[in-house]
Design a protein around this ligand. Structure first.
Ligand code: SF4
Ligand SMILES: [Zn+2]
Length: 380
């Protein structure tokens, strides 16, 4: 693999590590990706990609806001899309690095088919560069380097049926960059009565997202921080497209839950959690579940400590003050941090211990005491 740095510095993405991804395009200052890094020949895992166009001898990808401009044999910044024969291909199709059956609470997803198993699949690659990524061994790898299972869409839909799982999650890495595989698998799954869940950072352009939403039932969207600087300096993305994606999911009728990792000194300010919660109340609705997640040292942020518990609690209080009804703490011991209560009378409705549901008192998705419906999808 050959990476080319052209000395643009770290200004436009603000992340020193990005210099190594900058492609040399004298007249185009923003091109990123991997020069001359496509496989020598396309194999069984390659498919023609959607969402690209030709522009002055280069191929421009229209799938995500990075909008990589690639020449022949270049690979996109996500490592999933390559240019061969003057057009874009995905090298991740059916080329899975991970297949598991998880409890759905692990996604985290608390208001969507609680206590159900979910088939969870992933392919290598991601269009962000989070310094704290828990799954960097697969997210920051080429799909063909971490491939372990051959699984075309029918196989995953069949697996869900065989395992009694009512839904499939596209998760662990960034499913949006494997758009073609997710679309085809989700279409096949839906045809056979299985629901589809995305666990994503939401860094995608609007048009492909709206198209994908047609076959997606629920999403856990991981918002990295409520400021653009964090996105540029810690994650290698931008905030605005992510907020837009949240609104698009909501408009398209996809069930939305939001997660927010509180990274010590970088995104653990309770007032920022409060401001973000206010945004969620206004744009997505006060019954949108928010999962505040406790950071544990990972990847390039090994020297930071776990998030102090008092800040997690303060973040939760700020979110509740902003008007959110369902605010959960993830990776934090204590039953009340993962309890669903009735927004009307405070009755405890669902009790959890980690990813286990201990009790579920909902009756047809409503509080048995007052009859108030709880937002979510509680039956198949
Ligand atoms: S999806 Fe991949 S190739 Fe396309 S613009 Fe985003 S990072 Fe680049
Ligand atoms: Zn009630």
């Amino acid at each position: 693999m050959k990476r080319v740095a052209c000395g643009l510095g770290m200004g436009w993405l603000g992340y020193e590590g990005f210099e190594e991804f900058v492609l040399q395009r004298p007249d185009r200052a923003r091109a990123i990706g991997f020069h001359n890094d496509a496989p020598a020949t396309l194999d069984q895992f390659s498919r023609p990609a959607e969402y690209f166009h030709e522009d002055a001898g280069l191929v421009r990808c229209d799938l995500c806001p990075h909008e990589c401009e690639l020449g022949e044999d270049d690979r996109g910044f996500c490592r999933v899309r390559v240019v061969k024969g003057g057009r874009m291909h995905t090298v991740a199709y059916g080329n899975l690095c991970s297949i598991n059956v998880d409890p759905i609470e692990k996604k985290p997803l608390y208001h969507f088919l609680p206590r159900s198993p979910i088939v969870s699949v992933a392919m290598g690659g991601c269009n962000l560069r989070c310094r704290n990524c828990q799954n960097w061994e697969i997210s920051q790898a080429k799909p063909e380097d971490v491939q372990r299972f051959d699984a075309l869409p029918e196989k995953i839909a069949t697996l869900a049926i065989e395992r009694g799982a009512p839904s499939i999650a596209y998760t662990y890495t960034e499913p949006l960059v494997t758009w073609e595989y997710v679309r085809d698998t989700a279409t096949e799954a839906r045809r056979r009565g299985i629901k589809n869940v995305l666990v994503t950072a939401g860094f995608i352009n609007e048009k492909p997202l709206r198209e994908l939403c047609r076959v997606i039932d629920a999403v856990t969207l991981d918002v990295k921080a409520f400021n653009d600087r964090f996105y540029r300096e810690v994650s290698g993305g931008r905030l605005h497209p992510v907020l837009k994606a949240l609104e698009v999911f909501r408009q398209e009728g996809v069930w939305v839950e939001v997660s927010f990792l509180m990274v010590p000194t970088l995104s653990d300010d309770p007032s920022e959690v409060g401001k973000f919660s206010q945004w969620v109340v206004e744009r997505l609705g006060r019954e949108t579940p928010l999962h505040l997640l406790r950071f544990h040292p990972a990847h390039k942020l090994m020297l930071l400590p776990p998030t102090p518990l008092h800040l997690m609690q303060a973040g939760r209080e700020a979110a509740v003050r902003a008007g959110l009804c369902h605010v959960y703490l993830g990776n934090v011991p204590g039953a009340d941090s993962a309890r669903t209560v009735c927004p009307h009378d405070g009755q405890v409705l669902i009790e959890r211990d980690g990813f286990r549901v201990l009790s579920n008192r909902l009756k047809s998705g409503a509080c048995p005491a007052c009859g108030r419906k709880v937002a979510g999808v509680f039956s198949v």
